[in-house]
Design a protein around this ligand. Sequence first.
Ligand code: GRF
Length: 200
Amino acid sequence: MKIAVFASGTGSNFAAVVEAVKEGRLKNIEIALLVCDRPGALVIKRAEQESIPVFSFQPKEYPDKAAYEQLVLDKLQEQGVELIVLAGYMRLIGPTLLHSYSSRMINLHPSLLPAFTGKDAIGQALDYGVKITGITVHFVDAGMDTGPIIAQRNVEIESGETKETLSHKIQIQEHQLLPEVIGWIAEGKIKLNGRKVEMK
Ligand code: GRF
């Protein structure tokens, strides 16, 4: 299965997927494209080091979302991409991409959804004072972190926890779960039934 990863920043999750492919934990997966909306982002360097094709663009250079998403869609189709993985892509997906990749696009979010959607989910959880937070991988719909949930993992918030320590614990979970979910999808183990995601 050919996948594209969309990322905006550091790309540690992108790197985790690359490692899983290289180490053979993720079988029959090819990372066909990295899509990045910040041309200077570190994730681009990571992709170049692995000789993974990159499409990067500056959204503000386009009249609207539909214009750049059409370009992204062309690249995805050129490469024969079957699944889109949003891993730290800090933008809402518009109808152009959603229409072509409905049920074939997943997102990774650093909270136990539906709690703490949007930006700085880790800071939101700390500020709220919850004792357990975590991570979610879900299908993407038109909302902000609202699509059907595929998998979640807990992360405990201990006393004295800082954003830095909590982010580290969250990332450890993310780097394990994201490749795992991609594997389940590639193996045809995931079935979407309305809002419910079932494992076959
Ligand atoms: C991750 O925490 C992910 O959950 C969120 O953005 C972050 C991306 O981190 N959507 P990285 O760029 O993969 O290091």
